[in-house]
Structures are given as C-alpha cells and as structure tokens.
Write a protein that binds this ligand. Sequence first.
Ligand SMILES: [Zn+2]
Ligand SMILES: [Zn+2]
Length: 431
Amino acid sequence: MKILIRGGQVVDPANKRDHQIMDLLLSDGKIAGVGRDLSVDGAKVIDAAGLIIVPGLVDMHTHFREPGQEYKETILSGSRAAASGGFTSVAIMANTQPVTDSSQVIRYVLDRAKRDSAVSIFPIGSVTLGLGGEQLVDVGELVRAGAVALSDDGKPVRDPQIMTQALLLCKEYGIPIISHCEEVAEQYTGWVMNHGEVSSRLGLIGLPNCSEEIMVERDIKLAEDTGAHLHIAHVSTAGSVDLIRRAKERGVNVSAEATPHHFTLTDAAVERYGANAKMNPPLRSQEDVDAVIAGLRDGTIDAIATDHAPHAPDEKALGMGKAPFGIVGLETCVPLVITRLVYKGHLTMFEAVAKMTVEPARVLNLNKGTLSEGADADVTIIDAREERIVDTSRFKSKGRNTPFAGWKLKGWPVITIIGGETVVMGDGCEV
Ligand SMILES: [Zn+2]
Ligand SMILES: [Zn+2]
C-alpha cells in the first residue's frame, strides 16, 4: 500500500522540522519520501491541509493486563486504545500475572502482540523474580528475548544491593532501569492519596512527598556510582524534579518522565473524582504540579508517558479505601498535552511532540519516533483545532477509569497510521 499525506504541517523534532508544510509518502511500510509537491500513481491520498503531521507517538509506560487479568485489558484492546489515542509504539510494564520475569513470558507477550496488535509492543522485563524484590532476573535472557528495559514498576526495588547489581547488569546490556520511586515508612502503610490538607480533611492516610524523593535520591546515587542509565517513572513532586535537575547538571545518566495527570490535577481532585483520582504516585499539590511543568519545560523531564492503568468498573467502585491505583491514559494523553501544556504556553507543539516521540525512543533505544526517510511508516495526524468532550463510552480500552470523563479538550489525534498499513481514525475505527 502507498499512502500520500498531502499538505500537512510536519512537526518532526528528530529532524528539526517545525510546522513545515510538506507531503509525506509511505510505501512498503516505510517512509519513502518527505518533500514538497510529491505525487505518486496509485497512492491513497490523505488531504492533511490544516492538520499537524507527527511521528507515530511512543508511550514508554503502559500497563496491558495480559497475561493474567484480561478482564481489565488485553493486548488487543490495549493496542486499539493506543492507536485510537495516536500511539503507534508502546512499552508495556512487567506487572502482569505471571510477571514478565522470564524469556517464556516475554515471548508469550510478543507472540500475542504479533497476532493481536498493529501497534509495536516493546516488553519491559521485571528487575526481580515475580516483583518479589529479592532475586534478580536473568538480565541477559530477558534482553535476548526482547526486553527493552527492566522495571518492577508498581513497586520500588527496596534492596540497594539488588538495585546496584541490576544497574550494573543493565549497563552491560545497554538498557535502562525504570524506577518506581516509593519508600513507605510504617506510619503511611495503607496510604491512598497525597499527604496534605485534603487528606487531613477527608481523614484518609496520605503519602508525603519525601516517600518518593528518598528513593529518587538513592537511585540517582546508585546510577552515579555505577554509570548505569536510570529512568525515573512518573515524577510527581517538586523535590524529585529538583533532584533530577541537579543530577543531570553533574552528568548523571538519568532520564525521567511525567504523566498527564501529574501535570494537570492536584490532590483536590480526590474530593471530586474519588477513586478515579487514586493513583500511585498520588496527585500532589499545585506547587508540585508547577514544578513538574517547569521540569518538562527545561528538559529535566524528558518524556511524557501515560502510565495507562486500566481497571474494571466494579474495582474502582470500591472507593478510595479499597479501589486499586491507576487510571487509563492512552486515549486522553494527546488532548491533555495540547490543552494543558501547549495552549497554556508551557511547551511549544514541537517540544510537546518531542516528549512523545524522539525522547522516549531515545530513552528506550527504539528505532521509532522519527519521520526520516527509511524509517517505519508510523505517522500520527493531529487536528489541533478539534474540540471534543472526553466520552469514555467511545474508549477502545476496556478501562473507563479516568477523572477526565466529560472534560472538554482541544487538540485530538484524528488519524493514526501504523507501519504504513493500518489506518485508524480518531474514533478508533480502522479504514
Ligand atoms: Zn509506577
Ligand atoms: Zn506504571
């Protein structure tokens, strides 16, 4: 199949293209040409006048629940949600059942992905067996099977010796460790939200900022010591941003991501949205939100990632106390980024696109996130003027757990092209 995307505004940070009006030719699954006035016989033409053409988006942090909890999400439903949200590549976390701690489970995931997903799926292996925190996985085996990073996400790696060993091995194999930074002191066991005014008012156990920052600081020290690549997941506090900024200044090999919910909402959202505002790390204060945005602006935070965490409605209906942590994010990420960061003047479109394409691809060493000639024909077309209400009944994800239902957002993906073959419209339907 040949596709000619005509007259769009190309925003391709990997090639320093910023709103250049150009045509894009896709052929045999690759980007065959980028230029002006391209024409090809027999190509399917997409008129993209007034639309923004970006590299297929990369989400470096998602949770699909297969194997083990297919009622929450499968690789099939998750990949459809990704495509519908403009993502053509996703890295999926290890906390499935069983955990992706062996080559067999990684191969199972990749086989399923081949069968069920048009979107490219990159598995992340766990750091410790069964996420138990005690026994290190066979790093070489996981890398050979296709793991692009290791992470016990959902949990920290509490033992510094295991973390050190894991960092050294990952350095040897050239992959990052993605750290979920959380050190819970005993008095905060059973926490359900941020520690602050709101938690006191609601009488709920809150987790203080230092719980995250203690672990960010430790892991940065271990990365500095070992020279390994440490990636900090879902940065949520001002102190974490500061620690990462200073570490980067002294040349530590650390990268970081932030989620749309952490740059959009504060812990006040808990009063309004209940368990749909329950996530880990929790929503923080306005000062923290501002610091996360400042970190995105100055490059301290490299990537925007969704931490897409689907749960069944009856699970989230258990309320703040008992509901599981997390919200779905794949189908609201782009409009939140454009509405809350670009239209509010915090990031340019170019910077925002970089944080969802070339930057996460660089962190994970993926050949994705670029519109260079010869690259995979993954392309996302965005209508920055489109205003729409978030309608969870249209989600392709099995999860409906989001605080953003009913929000009016501006700037939506309208066409996602994966490998030059599968064309998904903004409503998630394939054409
Ligand atoms: Zn996490
Ligand atoms: Zn996560």
